[in-house]
Design a protein around this ligand. Structure first.
Ligand SMILES: NC(=O)c1ccc[n+]([C@@H]2O[C@H](COP(=O)([O-])OP(=O)(O)OC[C@H]3O[C@@H](n4cnc5c(N)ncnc54)[C@H](O)[C@@H]3O)[C@@H](O)[C@H]2O)c1
Length: 285
C-alpha cells in the first residue's frame, strides 16, 4: 500500500538544504515523489528532480523562482525560516511570513485539486489567538508592497520579530482555510509548530537567547526554560520533517486549517497555565 500517496507525485519544498526541510525532502524522495527543492546559499545535496536557489525574502527573487517551478504541483512544503537578531526585525518578517504567504498564494493555483500546502511555523507562535486582530491586519494588507509599508509603520509590533511571524502564520491557516483560493479545489492548508530542534538554526537561536551572545549560555537558558520542567530533550530534524510529510500526504486527507504543535506537550502545559491564569511561559518553573 502506498499509504502516503507520494509515488510519482510532484512536490515543491523550500528550505531543503538543511534541517527539517532536508529531512522532509529525503523522506519524500524515499516515498517516490519527484522533488523540486528550493534552497538559498547552501547546496542541496539530495538526489532530487531539480534544485533551485532563491532569496525567499525578496519579491523579485520569488517572482523569478515562480517562472522556473513546475506548472503542476501535488504538494507544497514551505520550510524556510531564519532567527531574529538585534537588527533584522523587518527582514525576519519578509523571510518567515511575507515570503511564505506570497509564495504559497502564487503557487496555490498550480496545486492540484485535493493537493496540500504545509508550512513550518513554531511553538513560538503559541497564543496566536490573543494577537489575532493585529495578525489579521498584516494578512489583509494584500500586496507585498502594502505589507512592507505596514511593517515600516508599526516598528513596535516587530520587536518580538520571530514570534510575530509565527503568530501570523498560525493565524493565516485558520483565517484562510476557507478562502476560495484553497477551498474551491479542496487544497488543504496546515502548519506545524516545532519545539526546540537541533538544526542549522540552533546555534543562532542559542546565541540570541544569551544577553552576551554566548551560544553555550543560550543553550543552557533554553534548556532551563523549555526542557527542565518535563526532563525533556531537543528534537531531531527528522522528528519534525517526517510528520510534516505525513500531514501533507493523503494520510491526512480530511485535515485542513490546523496548527499542530510538535513539542512533546510543552504547549499543552502552557495552555493549562493560561487556564489557571499564569501567562508568563518564559520564566522557569
Ligand atoms: N530549530 C528549531 O528549534 C525550530 C523551532 C521552531 C521552528 N523552527 C522553524 O523551522 C523551520 C526550518 O528551520 P530549521 O530549524 O530546519 O533550520 P535550518 O536553518 O536548517 O533550515 C532553514 C532553511 O531555511 C532556508 N532559508 C533561510 N532564509 C532563507 C531565505 N531568505 N530564502 C530562502 N531560504 C531561506 C535556509 O537556507 C535553511 O535551509 C524554520 O521556519 C524555523 O523558523 C525551528
Amino acid at each position: 500500500m502506498d499509504y502516503f500517496g507520494f509515488e510519482g507525485k510532484t512536490v515543491v519544498i523550500t528550505g531543503a538544504a538543511s534541517g527539517m526541510g532536508e529531512a522532509a525532502a529525503k523522506m519524500l524522495i524515499d516515498l517516490g515523489a519527484k522533488v523540486h527543492a528550493v534552497g538559498r546559499n547552501k547546496p542541496i545535496q539530495l538526489p532530487v528532480e531539480k534544485t533551485y536557489y532563491a532569496d525567499l525574502g525578496d519579491k523579485d527573487a520569488i517572482d523569478q523562482l515562480l517562472t522556473e517551478l513546475p506548472d503542476s504541483i501535488d504538494a507544497l512544503f514551505a520550510c524556510q525560516g531564519m532567527a531574529q537578531t538585534k537588527d533584522n526585525h523587518l527582514r525576519v518578517q519578509l523571510v518567515n511570513f511575507l515570503g511564505v504567504k506570497y509564495l504559497v498564494e502564487a503557487l496555490a493555483p498550480r496545486v492540484a485539486d485535493n493537493g496540500s500546502i504545509t508550512i513550518i511555523s513554531s511553538n513560538g507562535g503559541f497564543g496566536w489567538q490573543e494577537h489575532y486582530e493585529i495578525s489579521k491586519e498584516v494578512i489583509d494588507c494584500g500586496t507585498w508592497e502594502k505589507t512592507v509599508a505596514w511593517y515600516e509603520a508599526h516598528p513596535d509590533e516587530l520587536k518580538d520579530a520571530y514570534r510575530f511571524t509565527k503568530r501570523c502564520l498560525n493565524t493565516y491557516v485558520q483565517y484562510k482555510v476557507f478562502d476560495p483560493l484553497y477551498i474551491d479545489r479542496k487544497i488543504r492548508l496546515n502548519v506545524i509548530c516545532p519545539g526546540n530542534t537541533i538544526t542549522a538554526l540552533t546555534d543562532e537561536f542559542n546565541r540570541n537567547t544569551s544577553p552576551s551572545g554566548d551560544a553555550e549560555e543560550g543553550r543552557k537558558k533554553i534548556e532551563a526554560l523549555f526542557q527542565k520542567r518535563w526532563n525533556g530533550r531537543w528534537a531531531s530534524a527528522e522528528e519534525m520533517g517526517y510528520p510534516l510529510v505525513a500531514i501533507g500526504s493523503k494520510m491526512f486527507s480530511y485535515m485542513s486549517g490546523q496548527v499542530i504543535f510538535f513539542d512533546y506537550g510543552l504547549t499543552s502545559v502552557w495552555a493549562i497555565e493560561e487556564l489557571e491564569g499564569i501567562k508568563d511561559h518564559f520564566t522557569p518553573r
